[in-house]
Design a protein around this ligand. Sequence first.
Ligand code: KIV
Ligand code: NA
Length: 270
Amino acid sequence: MPTVRDLHAKAGSEPITMLTAYDAPAAEIVDEAGADVILVGDSVGNTDLGYETTLPVTVDEMASRVGAVSRATEDAMIVADMPFLSYGVDESESTANAGRMLKEEGAHAVKLESGPHTVDLTEKLVQLGIPVMAHLGLTPQHVNQYGGYPRQGTTQEAADRILELARDHEDAGAFSLVLEHVPSNLAADVTEAIDIPTIGIGAGPDCDGQVLVFNDAVGLTEWSPSFSKQFGDVRGEMMAAVEDYVSAVEDREFPAEEHSHEETDLEDLY
Ligand code: KIV
Ligand code: NA
């Protein structure tokens, strides 16, 4: 698996590739396709759990997904996203929640939506041996303050604050930084200003790497943000397969002769 050091080295020569995954089959695909990092994002709340935001996602739900992903992954680095209020409230609770992802579920690092309240925590986790990926710009756990998911860092003051927080988290020991939905020129400035790799989503081409939500990238979601790209039409493929199945059963075309066995030992079934 690529270590924090490998990622840093790669950032100097080629773009880092990161994609989310939330279960074993997706993790297997992302890993085999050669992505450097798998992020088990709290976006699982939207993609898989049917929530409208990421806020309801629990530590247990994340732990279950991180375990599934880590059991299916051979090469990629696995980063566990820490859900809303699982960090930053109480230090020992934050540490236990983050530690669980490494100690019990097989993650190699955690990601925290960063702010002034995560600088000391980042330092503490890193001291303990838990690598931290920081996350600035649009931090979706603040949806109730934003009233939606608007682009961040669009005023000089807001841009300066993001740059300052990026430096603070680098100093605290974060090994990389996700920049979400910020102007490309700000992402370029931050990337230039800090030594740790930046990984962008909706942050233009000048970051050290890129990340997308798996379901958006493969075309499984019906809607995806304008900064995303559908590289496939998995939803269409799945729909066609399921429709074919339903009509084949209704038309008594499935199961056919070759799927049927008159006499068999149980063990021949599989
Ligand atoms: O939860 C997630 O998928 C994320 C990425 C969009 C960075 O935090
Ligand atoms: Na997230």
